[in-house]
Design a protein around this ligand. Sequence first.
Ligand SMILES: [Fe+2]
Length: 316
Amino acid sequence: MELLEAWSQEQRDNYSKEIVVTKHRMEETGLFSDEALIRLLDKHPSHLIDFQYVESDPDYPDKQVTVDFSGADGATMMKVVKTNARVWINLREAMNVHPEYQKVYDQLLDELEEKTGKNKAMRNCRGGILISSKTAATPYHADPTTTLLWHIRGHKQAWVYPVTDEFLPDIEYEKIIIGEVDQDMPFSYAMDDGAILKPADLYGGEMVSWPHPSPHRVENRTFCVSMVMEFSTAESAFRNAGSFTNAWLRRRFSANPKPWAQTPILVKLLKVAMGRALQKMGTRKKFRRIDWVHYKLDMDVDGFIKTVTKPYKRVH
Ligand SMILES: [Fe+2]
């Protein structure tokens, strides 16, 4: 069985430059049913599982917070995500770690390379599986890598915004690159007016891709299962190394570098080389945020999630 439906020449030409939506048959592999996902949750290494509760915060309207799920089995986690509002589970690298998923993933990459005509960047890319409740939302954010959203089950709506200073200020993107924040950025609903995709209905069997690093956000309309593919390309690595240098200059020397888009190419090249060297030296670790646990799964409380008395660092 082929996993991807045919692409038009326009989709092929627009890939990575514009928003492209195409069709796929990932659900038919049987690897994304409730039963299969419960088995996967039971065997996936717990350090590669993120269980997140989406809480409300006026500055970051959909802030996500880590939940301690230690002691819970796959069936319990699935029950919580199916019945509690505003939680999602990310099984990071699930497509890379287990042979049955890896096999499907390899086939998907083969077919994707053939459809896009791009064949160098995608190998070594990571594929995570997202299981999210019917009112979960992924807040406004930008990913440092190129990401493709393979939606497999359920109905969501997605918004994608332009890569401009207004929507993606350098200073905010640098915080992501240097690791101070995960990916979240300040957002207000007024920004939806300038979105380049708004709001687009996504149903199981559709894949959406956008130009790197377009900010985007997603809101579920039903329980959803998706796969997110992440990889770096020469272009994303270039931009990220340059942004890393600017982030470092701001923090180390209180510098105020020129916006990246207006930086002359020779300066860009210099900053990229410097960023690569700094990353090799492990500078990012110094700025890395700490993952604090604020919530714990508890099947005895209403909604299954309780606040911990004193936040602690993630160890599960
Ligand atoms: Fe994303």
